[in-house]
Write a protein that binds this ligand. Structure first.
Ligand code: ADP
Length: 300
């Protein structure tokens, strides 16, 4: 080993897949032809670094999307304010040109009034759009800061209560829900209710025009984890869009149904904080399956 010969210490980090651990190895010289290695378990540090990197990436994405999405209504406000400026220039010219013929002023103003109304309508719409985006960002930031509980959650009971609270929505959309026996998990019941409320809401909302929404919720234990599936018979999601739907404000068809493109971002954010995860499997025209993974717990 070079260290024993040169006396120059050597450091490196390594990962042992069989132990699922990271180690920092320092090799130091103890004199000619002698060396010692010091091995430090740095798995926690590496995991914290990975979490920070993921958080940073997420924040960057939020800032990028938010500034991009806020810009388009802002450009609209700017454009239509300019239009209003031109209308007022025309108004001034009309008043000036027709000051000796006041009876011609009102007919000349009619066209301008329509332009003013049109510009104001666009400005108001853009302001509302910006307001909705900012409210969305605020909701997301609240989700990211909410205090978390770590409790044993009876998912069957949680779903039963949640579905009862969604009764109006389910009836309005003529939906049917089937819930199987579910494994318990360790999590935060308030946050998890929000996750399933969003997933069930979407499963009902993105229904297929030719059939009534049928949502099946089932779960199973897998390697110390509890997995829950929210399955619908709706319109489905193209393979190439299955990742992007979790991005902030991303909607596949913004005109199709009401929404702000925030629900799945919130779901992902909550699960990230709870050390859980979500994946989707879907077939266009057939339906979707959202799979939530959480820390498993023994059923009572
Ligand atoms: P929103 O429903 O407000 O648009 P979400 O973040 O909940 O926002 O969903 C993002 C997009 O993902 C939706 O606009 C829709 O295009 C798609 N989507 C979500 N859930 C489903 C589903 N169960 N079936 C089909 N498409 C879905």
């Amino acid at each position: 080993m070079d260290v024993a010969i040169t006396g120059i210490p050597f450091y490196f980090d390594t990962y042992f897949p069989s132990m699922k651990k990271y180690f920092s190895i320092s090799v130091v010289s103890l004199g000619l032809n002698r060396f010692a290695t010091v091995t430090t378990d740095i798995t926690n540090i590496k995991q914290a670094e990975q979490i920070i990197a993921a958080k940073n990436k997420e924040l960057e994405q939020i800032v990028c999307v938010a500034s991009h999405d806020l810009r388009s209504p802002l450009v609209n406000v700017e454009g239509y304010s300019q239009e209003l400026g031109f209308v007022f220039d025309d108004l001034r010219s009309i008043m000036e040109d027709l000051k000796d013929e006041p009876d011609k002023i009102i007919p000349a103003l009619e066209g301008l009034l329509a332009e003013i109304t049109d510009s104001l309508t666009h400005i108001r719409l853009s302001v509302r759009q910006m307001d909705a985006l900012l409210k969305g960002l605020l909701t997301l930031s609240r989700v990211g800061r909410a205090a978390l509980k770590h409790e044993k959650v009876n998912m069957g009971l949680l779903l039963q209560r949640l579905i009862a609270s969604m009764d109006y929505q389910i009836h309005k959309l003529d939906g049917q829900l089937e819930v199987s026996v579910l494994p318990y998990c360790w999590s935060d019941s308030v946050q998890i209710s929000q996750v399933f409320s969003n997933l069930i809401g979407n499963a009902l909302k993105y229904s297929h025009p030719e059939r009534k929404p049928l949502v099946k919720i089932y779960g199973f234990s897998d390697n110390g984890k509890s997995k829950y599936v929210v399955e619908d018979n709706g319109i489905g999601i193209d393979k190439e869009h299955q990742e992007i739907i979790f991005e902030l404000f991303h909607r596949l068809d913004p005109t199709a149904k009401e929404g702000d493109g925030l629900g799945l971002t919130i779901v992902k954010q909550i699960l990230f904080r709870l050390d859980g995860s979500i994946t989707v499997e879907s077939e266009v025209g057939e339906g979707s399956r959202f799979i939530v993974t959480l820390q498993g717990a023994e059923n009572d």
